[in-house]
Write a protein that binds this ligand. Structure first.
Ligand SMILES: [Zn+2]
Length: 295
């Protein structure tokens, strides 16, 4: 073989190796950044609280990578983000805000938008009838009604279609399947709770007003305007619970249960934990309905 041919083969092989490694790098980088994978675009989506992650994944399917701003176990009424979470914003193309007045969003939304002004901002509360908490403020816990969740996933679907109109039918069919699952959940909860005799539920943190409205229940909360009750307040709740025949105090895992334990002791009842922020929304809401029905 002539030297020219050997040299030619060597150069050609080197070019192939370079091309392959470039290709590989390109894929690795983009998978990390939520960019192009194969021929598809993965859309980076940032959400405020864990249940929204299930909503976005259910509609976006294979095409989305979801990050949660307030990690599981944190309390969105007081949470402040670490710098690392804000860096994740740079790869998001869409921010899904609850829009119902969660303290975290009221304090941080302007900062979040200024860090990545290219993001499409989706407001989950668009089209949802808010409950007033008194003092002109809305109750922010809109997602705890499966009927509201239907509207929330429609808002999310609209946002994804705006970013990626080519996949409209994929997002819409995913949305319809999830809405069917929400309707089924709604029917199951209605059926379970319709048999409850006492229509009042005693909760520490008042997260359940939308849920109570949908299923004909009344929420009595121990916490008043974000604060632990006074001793007189506690005495009043104990008296009320006794006269209504209430023997369960529901608490959220994000809050201290000290006061709830005191009240449960006084009424000879139990403390039961229900999580308003679990990421596995459908499963969690089904479980919560069972626990309320059994109370
Ligand atoms: Zn809350």
């Amino acid at each position: 073989m002539s030297r020219m041919i050997v040299f030619g083969i060597a150069v050609f092989s080197l070019l192939i190796v370079l091309a392959l490694s470039f290709h590989l790098n390109f894929h690795l980088n983009n998978e990390r950044g939520g960019g192009v994978v194969g021929d598809e675009w993965k859309i980076g989506v940032m959400v405020t609280i864990p249940p929204q992650a299930e909503f976005v994944r259910s509609v976006g399917g294979e095409n989305v990578v979801v990050d949660i701003m307030i990690p599981p176990g944190e309390n969105p009424h007081v949470y402040e983000p670490e710098p690392g979470r804000l860096i994740n914003l740079s790869r998001a193309r869409m921010y899904v805000m609850m829009g119902s007045g969660i303290e975290f969003e009221r304090v941080w939304m302007d900062e979040i938008i200024s860090l990545n002004s290219e993001m499409l901002i989706v407001n989950c509360s668009k089209g949802i009838e808010l409950i007033n908490e008194g003092g002109g403020a809305a109750d922010p816990h809109i997602w705890l009604s499966p009927r509201n969740a239907r509207i929330i996933v429609r808002n999310i679907c609209e946002g994804l279609v705006e970013i990626d109109p080519a996949n409209r039918s994929y997002y819409e069919s995913n949305m319809n399947s999830y809405i069917n699952a929400l309707d089924e959940l709604d029917r199951r909860i209605s059926e379970k709770l319709s048999q409850m005799e006492c229509r009042k539920i005693l909760v520490y943190h008042p997260a359940w007003a939308y849920f109570a409205r949908d299923y004909g229940l009344e929420q009595i909360s121990i916490e008043k305007e974000g604060k632990d009750p006074t001793p007189e307040g506690i005495a009043h709740i104990i008296e009320q619970a006794k006269s209504e025949g209430i023997d369960t105090v529901f608490v959220s895992p994000q809050f201290s249960r000290e006061t709830a334990d005191v009240i449960a002791d006084a009424i000879g009842g139990n403390v039961v934990v229900i999580d308003p922020l679990a990421e596995n929304y459908l499963e969690n809401m089904g479980k919560i309905a069972e626990m309320i029905a059994a109370s």
